[in-house]
Design a protein around this ligand. Structure first.
Ligand code: 5GP
Ligand code: ZN
Length: 106
């Protein structure tokens, strides 16, 4: 079955084992997803060297988001499994910039 994250074209950064790109339906401005280049279902399937490559891209993404959007904080998160909210079964890490009062009720 084709996988959208295997075939993503608008890559922001990549290294040997990982790549990152903007979320198509961002929770907040600057929301980035970081994925291993190798297709695997979830975080628990990652090899340690892939985690290392992902971590490097988390830091590079933070620097990029800081410079463009100037957030005041971040959520970094991973959904593992359908019941936990995972909708795309190619492992991905969310890096979501946060701004004061950004999730307040209207
Ligand atoms: P999950 O709910 O599996 O943790 O997160 C999947 C994420 O992928 C969601 O935040 C969703 O907005 C994002 N997404 C869904 N389809 C696409 C797509 O085609 N391209 C990109 N860049 N992101 C997508
Ligand atoms: Zn994939």
């Amino acid at each position: 079955m084709p996988c959208i994250f295997c075939e993503i074209e608008n890559v922001i950064f990549e290294n040997e084992l990982a790549k990152c790109f903007y979320d198509k339906f961002p929770v907040n401005q600057g929301h980035i997803l970081i994925v291993p280049k190798r297709h695997c279902n979830d975080y628990f399937s990652l090899k340690s060297e892939e985690k290392h490559s992902i971590d490097e891209l988390i830091m590079r993404s933070k620097m990029l988001i800081d410079s463009i959007y100037r957030p005041e904080g971040y959520n970094i998160g991973v959904n593992c499994g359908e019941v936990a909210g995972q909708t795309i079964f190619h492992c991905h890490i969310h890096i979501i910039p946060r701004y004061r009062n950004d999730m307040d009720e209207p």
